[in-house]
Design a protein around this ligand. Structure first.
Ligand code: SF4
Length: 147
């Protein structure tokens, strides 16, 4: 995390615009905890959840799973501008925009503002909250099938 974020925190307040959930292709990677929580929320088996709502993606580590997209690259769980599984949304969504690669330097953080109107918006997020999001991300690595 870059120094000013570490010391003073960052300006950010989500506007609930939903832009991070649609508009361009991307992966919403799932950790093991995500799969268990979402399947439980939908009251279906984990296998059924993976089959119905996810796509397998081959990575350098093996097969992992990402949420399917609807037309316009919208997340399969996006309804209007709302997340239909909000209480159990994946940790990748829960911790956005406080990801290691976005926080690696100020330039990356400022560039992310092109996608997310919440960045540089009203509100200051304290360093402790940012650090907690980073830890949550690291504690929930992307699940790799069979590992
Ligand atoms: S793009 Fe930013 S402001 Fe819009 S919903 Fe996502 S996090 Fe919130």
């Amino acid at each position: 995390m870059f120094e000013s974020a570490e010391k003073q925190g960052l300006r950010f307040k989500c506007t609930q615009c939903g832009e991070c959930c649609r508009g361009s292709p991307g992966y919403v990677w799932l950790s093991q905890n995500d799969i268990i929580a979402i399947a439980g929320h939908l009251n279906i088996s984990e296998e059924s959840f993976l089959e119905t709502y996810c796509i397998p993606v081959s990575t350098q580590y093996g097969i992992s799973y990402s949420l399917k997209e609807k037309e316009g690259f919208a997340c399969i769980f996006l309804e209007a501008s709302s997340c239909s599984i909000y209480p159990v949304r994946p940790v990748q969504c829960r911790t956005y925009p406080f990801w290691d690669d976005i926080l690696k330097d100020e330039k990356s953080w400022n560039e992310e503002a092109h996608w997310c109107p919440g960045i540089q918006g009203e509100g200051n997020v304290a360093p402790e909250i940012i650090k907690d999001a980073i830890v949550q991300g690291r504690l929930n690595p992307v699940w790799v099938k069979g590992k």
